[in-house]
Ligand binder design. Structure first.
Ligand code: PNS
Length: 157
């Protein structure tokens, strides 16, 4: 079995992300979760906090490593000596974007494969964007994010 990389902003990690990580962990020897340190995107949580939250939410998974990265995803793949990118698909809109990313990443680094896991019905409506919106209004997000990060969210950045 080989390793895979599951990249994302994880701002913050949701129950949907966690489901994808758990399922990828069954298929691959190691799941590297790549948390993007995105200079062009203003995140609600710092990259350190997002990494900490992913680690807290995934403590029960043995074959996972959480790393942050900036720059191109394919450079992270090279560093980790991995060729498979995992992405979760919720909607047709997701699919269109992922097709674009998959094509570009494949051109940037030959041999790169993107595998999409379909979101489960229970999580397909969850997004970090919606969670951030709820948090901005101090609304309850416990249905949408892993329990392990609830107390961390309360403490802010
Ligand atoms: O959780 P997100 O924000 O949907 O994740 C997007 C992510 C991190 C997968 C994507 O923005 C990414 O890979 N960024 C790194 C820059 C890069 O390699 N871009 C190439 C594709 S255009």
């Amino acid at each position: 079995m080989e390793a895979c990389v599951y990249p994302g902003s994880f701002d913050p990690i949701t129950k949907g992300h966690l489901d994808i990580i758990e399922r990828a962990g069954v298929i691959f020897s190691t799941v590297y979760v790549g948390v993007l340190n995105n200079i062009s995107k203003r995140c609600m949580f710092s990259v350190e906090k997002r990494v900490e939250m992913v680690k807290a939410a995934t403590r029960h998974i043995k074959n996972i490593q959480v790393v942050s990265f900036d720059g191109l995803l394919v450079d992270l793949l090279k560093t980790l000596d991995a060729r498979v990118i995992i992405r979760g698909l919720r909607t047709g809109t997701d699919l269109e974007l992922e097709q674009q990313y998959a094509f570009i990443n494949g051109k940037l680094l030959e041999g790169t494969e993107t595998l999409a896991l379909l979101s489960r019905p229970e999580t397909h409506y969850i997004s970090s964007t919606a969670v951030r919106e709820l948090l901005a209004f101090h609304a309850d997000v416990s249905d949408y994010v892993p329990e392990a990060i609830l107390s961390m969210i309360d403490k802010g950045e």
